[in-house]
Ligand binder design. Structure first.
Ligand SMILES: [Zn+2]
Ligand SMILES: [Zn+2]
Length: 251
């Protein structure tokens, strides 16, 4: 079985604390993930950078984006161009389909962030074109305190005719893989087949607990506010703090 984390943020999200090479280095050296997707908020630049760097780190990367649809957050995978925010769920999904991509409903009903509710997902799925493209639901999101181990979300997700997906929604390195999806195979293409065939299952990590928040998230969040992020200059180098402006200007 392969393991994938399809919801990871980088410095191209306003709240991300690690550069793309830092994510790739961490995934390669500290996790057993076979496939990852970079999904910044309404931005695709980090995903394209990851796709370019992936061979250097010997990783399978899916280009993606977390789209702020009018109805809530949607993960768009296998896309090449940004998807405009603030469209309806249905319009967002169809735009992703035009690029040959697929969608996953991110953290349904999660409080404190813009989230789809199950009624919206059911309504959208009445359209056969949407059903072909919206193939999965995040029944476990490791990055949200309120939805961690939430049995209601998990149960409602299982009643949908969609692939069950676990993701980390990582904004710090330590969170990557704390929520993932098990699938038959180990490549991005095999993962896509498994999502479309609805044969995936959820791996639940520890989620965002108090220790993560105090030890990693808050310090890195404040460092980001002051212009510092975690970066990796070269695959063989150790991770280190670097000026955000310098990382951006080198891209
Ligand atoms: Zn979100
Ligand atoms: Zn997210």
């Amino acid at each position: 079985m392969g393991l994938a984390d399809l919801h990871i943020h980088t410095i191209y999200s306003y709240d991300g604390t690690c550069s793309v090479p830092a994510v790739l280095k961490h995934v390669k050296t500290k996790t057993n993930l076979n496939v990852i997707a970079i999904t910044d908020h309404d931005a695709i630049r980090g995903a394209l950078e990851a796709l370019e760097l992936a061979p250097k780190y010997q990783l399978e990367v899916i280009p993606g984006c977390e789209v702020s649809s009018r109805d809530g957050h949607v993960l768009a995978l296998f896309i090449q161009k940004p998807i405009p925010p603030h469209l309806s769920l249905k319009e967002t999904v169809l735009r992703v389909g035009e690029q040959g991509g697929i969608c996953i409903a991110a953290h349904p009903t999660a409080p404190g962030t813009s989230s789809l509710d199950f009624k919206d997902i059911w309504n959208a799925l009445q359209d056969p074109d949407v059903r072909r493209i919206l193939v999965g639901v995040e029944s476990f999101n490791g990055g949200l305190v309120y939805t961690r181990q939430n049995p209601v979300v998990e149960k409602q997700s299982q009643s949908l005719p969609l692939a069950q997906v676990g993701n980390s929604d990582a904004h710090i390195l330590r969170m990557i893989g704390q929520g993932a999806t098990l699938f038959s195979g180990n490549t991005a293409q095999e993962l896509r087949y498994a999502l479309e065939a609805k044969t995936t299952s959820v791996y639940k990590g520890n989620g965002l607990n108090g220790i993560n928040v105090m030890r990693d998230y808050l310090p890195h969040f404040f460092l980001r506010k002051f212009g510092w992020v975690t970066h990796n200059h070269h695959p063989q180098d150790p991770l280190r703090l670097e000026r955000l402006s310098r990382v951006m200007s080198n891209q």
